[in-house]
Design a protein around this ligand. Structure first.
Ligand code: 5CA
Ligand code: ZN
Length: 410
């Protein structure tokens, strides 16, 4: 599918660190439960789960994509090329259900919401993926992965539907590090079907669902049907990025079962390990005491804020004021505070002279390479903006810094 236009990323003077200084980006990896230095090659590879396009783009979505946009920007600043892939779950139960409820064609609904998402991402200056891949267009790849699993005896049938036995992957559980008792309720809550008769293990994941009446279906060697959710991301990520990707990302609600199952599918299908070096998860944004979610309907949309005249850079700053791993609640005054900060920064970069940019660049880089501490990066620019200085180059340099590393155009 078409991605969205990239905003320009200014290149910054390099950090001038002593030879041998370790400037790796360190991220909290759910798989090890610890901070871990990312060690990409020349090209860093990242897969981030995309939207299910039926209620885009709420601030929770935006917050998650901004976190991985920082990963992208920090890697580029460290001199890597970044190969970034994202999917869009343009066929799945909740999308079909919404289309049915509202009497809209499911394809028209998906197209409309994906288009809205693209416009929101571009307005927020989120750098686009190199490949933006829809589940529907990926069906041949998904079928190929299921064929590989079948060849390894890692599929079985229940009433015409195909399942993946989690017992096929000795590493199952290593992404989320949950006990089976912890997995069970999450599996049921997040699209799983633990109680279906005929399953060997309640946690086994659906790979291919035989066509249901009034639902779309595609031909495959296992009959007409549609793909399960986890195998979609697993197949797309392996096809475009290979194994041992540097970061697989999404919100914390994807750690289990989605990323766990996706890793197991990929590891069993390819015989290689691991699917990703780091599984990175953003916190959940809430509203009125609950996680912001399409199913609950407690949503604040980026597009509505934009229509009301809010500067997308203020939205960006409001989200970046929270650490990406924190769970937090959206309140309107946060947007006012972000707009005030944006105005202060804009005035500060419009000055004829200011304190030198070097120290603030160092502080922003230190903050972001330490598990994307955006609040600390914002504080460093706040302090620079509040101080007086005589460096005539600094205002333009700090404007470039805010743009390149934080995606905030001043
Ligand atoms: N299509 C699947 C991933 S393959 C999906 O989860 N789609 S989604 O539209 O439900 O969510 C898209 C991304 O936004 C996911 O990474 C999800 O974890 C994240 N997300 C959803 N709700 C929130 C929220 N309230 N706060 C933060 N991130 C959220
Ligand atoms: Zn996914």
């Amino acid at each position: 599918m078409r991605s969205w236009p990239a905003s320009e990323v200014p290149s910054l003077p390099d950090a001038g660190l002593p030879a041998g200084a370790d400037r790796a980006l360190r991220l909290y990896d759910t798989g090890t439960g610890a901070l871990r230095a990312t060690r990409p090659g020349e090209t860093a590879r990242m897969y981030v789960c995309g939207i299910t396009p039926y209620d885009a783009t709420h601030l929770g979505h935006a917050n998650t994509y901004l976190a991985f946009d920082l990963v992208n920007r920090v890697w580029r600043d460290l001199g890597h090329r970044v190969h970034y892939v994202q999917n869009a779950t343009d066929v799945d139960d909740p999308l079909l259900e919404r289309a049915r409820q509202t009497g809209v064609d499911w394809q028209a609904l998906a197209e409309r919401e994906i288009e809205l998402f693209r416009a929101d991402m571009a307005a927020l200056r989120v750098l686009p993926p190199d490949q933006y891949v829809g589940a529907v267009e990926a069906i041949p790849l998904i079928v190929e992965m299921i064929e590989k699993l079948r060849a390894k005896d890692a599929t079985y049938e229940v009433d015409g539907d195909l399942y993946f036995p989690v017992s096929a992957d000795p590493g199952f559980g290593s992404v989320s590090r949950l006990t089976r008792a912890e997995m069970a309720p999450l599996f049921a809550e997040r699209g799983g079907d633990p109680d279906r008769p005929g399953k060997r293990d309640p946690l086994d994941a659906l790979l291919w669902m035989a066509r249901r009446p009034d639902e779309p279906g595609w031909d495959s060697p296992f009959g007409e049907g549609r793909p399960g959710w986890h195998v979609e991301c697993s197949a797309i990520s392996v096809r475009y990025l290979g194994m041992e990707i540097d970061v697989e990302g999404g919100g914390s609600d994807l750690a289990f079962p989605h990323h766990e199952m996706g890793a197991s599918h990929a590891q069993v299908a390819t015989g290689e390990h691991p699917h990703a070096h780091a599984y990175v998860h953003a916190g959940m944004v809430g509203l009125g005491g609950e996680k912001m979610s399409k199913s609950r309907g407690n949503l604040v949309f980026v597009s509505r804020l934009r229509e009301a005249g809010t500067d997308p850079m203020a939205i960006r700053l409001a989200l970046l004021a929270h650490h990406y791993r924190a769970d937090w609640e959206w309140t309107d005054p946060q947007l006012d505070a972000a707009a005030a900060r944006l105005a202060r920064w804009r005035a500060a970069v419009a000055r004829p002279a200011a304190p030198p940019a070097g120290p603030v660049a160092g502080a922003v880089r230190d903050a972001l390479t330490a598990d994307l501490d955006a609040p600390a990066a914002l504080a460093a620019i706040d302090a620079w903006a509040a101080a007086e200085g005589a460096d005539g180059e600094a205002p333009a340099q700090v404007a470039a810094l805010a743009d390149a590393l934080l995606g905030v155009a001043l």
